[in-house]
Design a protein around this ligand. Structure first.
Ligand code: FE2
Ligand code: FE2
Length: 276
């Protein structure tokens, strides 16, 4: 892993935690706000299929990885598997409150089925782009503002736990990409990952639009006022996409690596709250 900027002493630790509430959360569990709740629910709905796609894309490169990267890949796979398990459980609880995730699952399946027909390197390119999204959203979630202040404590813990581990393994797919493209010229590598990021940004934002609107539809509030409220929620206050935007654009710089921002102190601070 000659080119990686992953800290040599980074240790990725899967925390196998079962988050179980006494009863399913309220339908609008985030402070009674259907807009904020729909954003997090749409993310949660995407994780089981999304993370399976990421795991398969990275696993494909495991056999050719050096021993250090192999270990990191194993930890990445372990973390993502538990994330999917816990989000499946959460999605099941949300379904008990009346949400039907089948339309979202069908939408995602179509896209991921298409993605699975792409060559392995394109699948890895999509994975490093979308893993960057999860890592910068996780950083924004943990570092400024408290988007989950009004969430039930157990749900806040679940999202913080997921965010911590997304930051921790943020460069595993990226390092697999560096290894897989080591014989490519620098401009070619850079170009490939930037094009992939641009395309996957569209995919991600389209999904966010579809997923939240589907949930609004089920809530009977899919109208212009709600959609405006969602834009305000995402871009203005608390504005998680606005807060993550600088880190998003950093991806397009030549020489970018996820660990150029070392946020281990951030996750160590939040981790203490998980033990509560
Ligand atoms: Fe995850
Ligand atoms: Fe991840």
């Amino acid at each position: 892993m000659a080119e990686t900027q992953t800290p040599a002493d980074l240790f990725i630790r899967p925390r196998d935690i079962v988050f179980k509430s006494a009863s399913p959360p309220a339908r609008w569990w985030l402070g009674g706000d259907p807009v904020a709740t729909a954003f997090f629910n749409a993310l949660s709905a995407s994780f089981p299929q999304g993370e399976r796609f990421f795991m398969d894309a990275v696993r494909h490169h495991r056999d050719t990885a050096d021993p250090r990267l192999k270990d990191l890949i194993a930890a990445f796979l372990a973390q993502e598997a538990v994330h999917s398990r816990e989000h499946l459980a959460l999605n099941g609880e949300l379904a008990e409150r009346g949400y039907d995730f089948a339309p979202i699952e069908r939408y995602l399946k179509k896209r991921f089925d298409f993605g699975r027909r792409l060559p392995p390197l394109s699948r890895l390119g999509a994975t490093i782009a979308l893993e960057h999204f999860t890592a910068i959203l996780a950083h924004a979630l943990l570092s400024d503002g408290d988007d989950l202040a009004l969430a039930p404590p157990e749900l806040k813990r679940l999202w913080h736990w997921h965010a911590i581990e997304e930051i921790e393994h943020k460069a595993v797919a990226f390092d697999a990409y560096l290894a897989a493209t080591r014989r490519f010229s620098r401009p070619r590598r850079w170009c490939m990952r930037c094009v992939s990021m641009a395309l996957n940004t569209i995919v991600f934002l389209q999904y966010l639009r579809f997923g939240t609107r589907e949930l609004f539809r089920q809530d009977g509030i899919d109208n212009r006022a709600t959609r405006r409220a969602l834009r305000r929620y995402l871009w203005s206050k608390p504005g998680i996409l606005r807060r993550a935007a600088p880190a998003y654009f950093a991806y397009y710089r030549p020489g970018f690596h996820p660990w150029r921002v070392d946020d281990r102190a951030l996750i160590a601070g939040v981790e203490a709250s998980l033990r509560g």
